[in-house]
Design a protein around this ligand. Structure first.
Ligand SMILES: [Zn+2]
Length: 230
């Protein structure tokens, strides 16, 4: 910890004064390019993976990269999502899971949750992923089951995102794209969910980015009923 405190002093003395971006952001305010909801795991650092600068990413992290479905009870993730979409105008939302996830290991091996009632309750938001793996996959080794659960959990949390009114409205207007990512921390490889096929594919610079839900107007009555663009 002392080592980390030393880096705080270095930030104050060297990093902050040498980067004009901090001053600009403090005056102009933030306009992040995306909201990313990732696991709290210390090995998964969204800003480093995306080589993002301050101001680039609005970040929400928790155990298991979970987005509770919309409910009348308030929550931190729900509030972060709502603020990002309505106040900051974020158009891209990424849910990012990873390999060797402790939360997903616990989801698939509940005996690991003894004495952790809060984690157990939190992981109820991922039970659909556990159900998909149990019902949809054949026999898997434990590490494969955890990997499958981690991937399916990203799919489940993206579905939860769509229950939030601000997100649902943005999707209907064709303003919001959803992305499901998975960081393989063993291989240093990023996978992206292709919403068309439901499969995760490696993100490559010579291929289009796999998108879970591309921005497109989606109105049940048809686009001829859309509010006229102003
Ligand atoms: Zn994790």
């Amino acid at each position: 910890m002392n080592d980390l405190i030393g880096r705080v002093f270095d930030f104050e003395k060297r990093v902050f004064p040498s980067n004009d971006l901090y001053a600009k952001l403090a005056v102009d305010g933030q306009s992040p390019k995306a909201l990313i909801i990732s696991c709290a795991d210390s090995r998964v650092v969204p800003e480093l993976i995306m080589q993002a600068d301050p101001g680039d990413l609005f970040v929400c992290r928790n155990a298991g990269n979970i987005v509770p479905p919309f409910a009348t009870q308030n929550g931190g993730v729900s509030s972060t999502v709502e603020y990002a979409v309505l106040a900051l105008g974020v158009r891209d939302i990424i849910v990012c899971g990873h390999s060797d996830c402790g939360a997903m290991k616990a989801l698939m091996n509940p005996e690991l949750l003894e004495g952790m009632p809060n984690v157990a309750a939190w992981l109820r938001h991922s039970h659909a992923a556990e159900g998909v793996v149990r019902a949809g996959y054949g026999p898997l080794a434990n590490n494969e089951r955890v990997r499958a659960a981690s991937l399916e959990n990203v799919v489940v949390q993206l579905a939860h995102l769509r229950t939030h009114p601000a997100v649902a409205a943005g999707i209907a207007r064709g303003e919001i794209s959803l992305h499901g990512w998975f960081v393989d921390i063993h291989q240093g490889v990023m996978l992206g969910l292709d919403g068309e096929t439901g499969r995760f594919l490696p993100i490559r610079d010579d291929r289009p980015l796999p998108v879970a839900l591309a921005a497109a107007q989606r109105l049940a009555m048809g686009e001829e009923y859309a509010e006229a663009a102003e």
